[in-house]
Write a protein that binds this ligand. Structure first.
Ligand SMILES: [Fe+2]
Ligand SMILES: [Fe+2]
Ligand SMILES: [Fe+2]
Ligand SMILES: [Fe+2]
Length: 419
């Protein structure tokens, strides 16, 4: 299928901005603004089209490692050291862990050029005083551009910056010149920012459109199987948000593949379904871990928050041309046949076979995983619960029977875990 990579990257940036809101408490659109500033500065710097495209992707993904770094930091502590304030404390930890984790996550991304260690070094200081003590022009140019853009974005309120704000930003950047940032990159930034439109483009209401205009156009004829190289990366980012979902989307995609094979679907259809599985919980990036990992029943206010995640999934995916089916299948995974699901309370007639399949498998996957308030359930116990949901008219009975056949004990290819 013909995929506009530009739209895919911008669409996924919405999801990354959801994560920034939770982890950093920064204003929405952070990654879009960072990408916009880095790109405008890079254009003045003389960067070529393909590199600009890769820079856009990397700038949008610059802090994608925060979820994993947060988990690693917490897991390295003894349980007695982990208090309720832990999440808040680590929200603001932007240490080297997120650089390493971010670099690791984007390995395998089908970049157009060969950018090296851009995310690993996106917090390096020009004078060598950063996390990894890489210095001057040894810091990859893209990493320098992202560093500048990130500092500008975090320092100034770019939603509505006035003349005094720009002057103050100038004073701030002058102090970074040659220490934190390369003098050449700072000069390129000011050349890019000399246009009034630059600042207007950064407003909340315009930044996504401005970024879409700026990212070089690349369309590619890509098979769904090949696109999974990208969406698998996102499934890892999504899963690493919480230690209770470390393999949730990845295993869901794997099980979706097995069910697709059981139904005799062709490879393209299976891969399309697996992309929906990879991305179905992308909206969870916006939900704070205090709720995702609460050891006990959620209260009505918390349920209200967690139920927003499928809406955010839809918002992240719907603008990508070619993702029409994927958006529906992914965003409907908590809808129920009797209209009791969320977020649209859709009914049986609105939910096709693919959406139903993903919804059933998502419940099965969740039940067979550990949760803060219970251990992983056996296949038999999970089937019992799925059976109750069938009786209540909530999920598809035929698909539930097929799940039993594919993942049950009678199927010799299953491992002991699910017996
Ligand atoms: Fe960062
Ligand atoms: Fe950032
Ligand atoms: Fe979900
Ligand atoms: Fe899920």
């Amino acid at each position: 299928m013909e995929l506009n990579l530009n739209k895919l990257v911008v669409g996924l940036s919405r999801a990354l901005d959801f994560m920034e809101i939770d982890f950093l408490g920064v204003v929405s659109n952070h990654s879009k603004r960072v990408a916009y500033i880095a790109l405008q500065t890079a254009i003045v710097h003389g960067m070529g089209h393909k590199e600009l495209f890769d820079l856009a992707t990397l700038a949008i993904l610059h802090d994608n490692g925060m979820g994993k770094a947060f988990q690693l930091a917490r897991d390295s502590k003894a349980p007695s050291q982990v208090g309720p304030e832990e999440h808040t404390m680590n929200k603001y930890d932007k240490g080297p862990g997120h650089c390493v984790a971010g670099e690791e996550n984007v390995k395998g991304f089908p970049f157009l050029t060969v950018p090296k260690e851009v995310l690993r070094y996106h917090h390096e200081n020009y004078d060598g005083s950063g996390f990894f003590h890489v210095k001057g022009e040894q810091i990859p140019c893209m990493a320098q551009l992202i560093r500048l853009a990130d500092m500008v974005e975090l320092h100034a309120d770019l939603r509505n910056i006035d003349f005094a704000g720009k002057h103050e930003l100038g004073v701030f950047l002058a102090k970074q010149d040659g220490t934190t940032l390369s003098p050449e990159i700072v000069a390129d930034f000011w050349a890019a920012a000399s246009y009034p439109a630059f600042w207007l483009d950064l407003k909340d209401e315009f930044v996504e459109l401005a970024l879409s205009r700026l990212v070089p156009r690349f369309s590619t004829n890509i098979r769904w199987q090949d696109l999974r190289k990208v969406t698998r990366i996102f499934s890892r980012i999504i899963d690493s948000k919480s230690r209770f979902t470390l393999l949730h989307s990845q295993e869901l995609a794997e099980r979706t593949g097995r069910m697709g094979a059981f139904y005799g679907l062709d490879d393209e259809h299976i891969a399309e379904l697996q992309i929906a599985a990879d991305l179905h919980d992308i909206g969870k990036l916006a939900v704070c871990n205090d709720i995702l990992e609460k050891p006990g029943k959620l209260g009505p206010e918390e349920i209200d928050v967690i139920q927003r995640h499928t809406y955010y999934t839809r918002i992240s995916l719907q603008s990508v041309t070619g993702f029409e089916n994927i958006t529906e299948w992914a965003a409907n995974h908590h809808e129920k046949l009797d209209g009791s699901g969320y977020p649209y309370k859709k009914k049986a007639a609105d939910l096709d076979f693919n959406a139903r399949l993903l919804a059933c498998l998502d419940v099965y996957q969740a039940l067979t995983e550990e949760r803060p308030y219970r251990g992983a359930l056996s296949h038999a116990k999970a089937m019992e619960i799925l059976g109750e949901l069938v009786v209540q008219g909530k999920i598809d009975s035929g698909i539930v029977q097929d799940i039993d056949q594919v993942f049950g004990v009678s199927n010799p290819s299953n491992n002991a875990k699910h017996s």
